[in-house]
Design a protein around this ligand. Structure first.
Ligand SMILES: CC(C)(COP(=O)(O)OP(=O)(O)OC[C@H]1O[C@@H](n2cnc3c(N)ncnc32)[C@H](O)[C@@H]1OP(=O)(O)O)[C@@H](O)C(=O)NCCC(=O)NCCS
Length: 267
């Protein structure tokens, strides 16, 4: 009787485990299918060069996001080594290096991809697009939150560098090759090195208003410092010339006096 009960409860446990495993497996499978569908939709929307659904699997962005989502889960569970290992494998396979600590929203797409670096404390909103060669990095001068926050619908063009812990406002565009070092308001276009706002709310920004991204100009500052040092040296040289002239004049008058003194003494 006991044996029969034990066997029955063992069977029941195994049965429940199978159901649970079946449910878990189904949930995982559903999650994967949902992920593929979402990624496929994003890539089809953003890249006019795609012709068939199967091509999605060949996109570095798709592969990078598979590695990232896995690595980020492990990072959140504090399995830092494994998170980093998977992230580095992803970087090796795709040329896209996303730190597992970065937070990335829905609808994220990296076109082409090679040379993209995303730092640990980066926060990326929904529907953000990056192109190849983009760095979302730190300046090396900050601690804690060191990397940028990108609002929803931001686009960062090829080769642009966004460095520091400021925010790029939603719907903003960063032009190709720009270096952005300061906060960008929403609905803006930023171009150049250092980056400056050239358009806000689809209207061009007049040149005098462009101090919105008021960035220091190190070359200008160096030239000013050199000019100041040059002025100090010139003044010093003029002083020395005056002193020399006075000394020369003094010696000449002394030399003129000397023969008169000699003549008087011989008398
Ligand atoms: C910035 C960008 C997104 C355009 O944004 P936009 O809001 O439509 O801005 P506009 O094209 O009206 O340009 C505004 C001004 O910035 C200038 N500008 C645009 N992009 C620039 C850049 N990358 N560097 C310097 N100046 C730039 C324009 O000449 C224009 O100047 P003007 O007002 O004196 O004529 C676009 O120029 C860009 O850089 N695209 C790159 C996309 C990319 O990376 N593609 C790679 C595919 S592989």
């Amino acid at each position: 009787m006991l044996n029969r009960d034990g066997a029955r409860s063992g069977n029941m446990r195994r049965g429940l485990f199978c159901v649970a495993r079946g449910r878990q497996g189904r949930a995982v499978a559903m999650g994967i299918i949902r992920f593929i569908k979402e990624e496929s939709k994003v890539i089809r929307e953003r890249d006019p060069a795609i012709h068939s659904g199967l091509e999605v699997f060949l996109y570095p962005s798709f592969k990078a996001m598979v590695y990232y989502r896995l690595a980020h889960r492990l990072y959140e569970k504090k399995h830092y080594f494994w998170a980093r290992l998977i992230s580095q494998r992803g970087a090796h396979k795709t040329g896209i290096e996303i730190h597992p600590g970065a937070k990335i929203g829905k609808g994220f797409f990296i076109d082409h991809g090679h040379g993209v670096i995303i730092g640990e404390t980066t926060v990326i909103g929904d529907n953000v697009t990056l192109y190849q060669g983009v760095t979302l990095g730190g300046t090396g001068k900050e601690h804690g939150k060191r990397h940028p926050t990108l609002g929803n619908n931001v686009m960062v063009s090829a080769g642009a560098k966004v460095l520091g812990s400021f925010t790029i406002g939603e719907n903003s565009k960063i032009g190709a090759g720009s270096v952005v070092l300061n906060e960008v308001p929403p609905n803006s276009t930023v171009v150049g090195v250092p980056g400056r706002v050239v358009k806000r709310g689809n209207a061009s920004v007049p040149r005098e208003d462009m101090c919105q991204v008021d960035l220091p100009n190190p070359v200008q500052e160096d030239i000013q410092k050199l000019q100041q040092a040059n002025a100090v040296l010139t003044n010093r040289l003029l002083d020395l010339e005056n002193e020399m002239r006075l000394l020369r004049r003094k010696r000449e008058t002394e030399e003129q006096k000397e023969p008169n003194i000699k003549a008087e003494s011989t008398k």
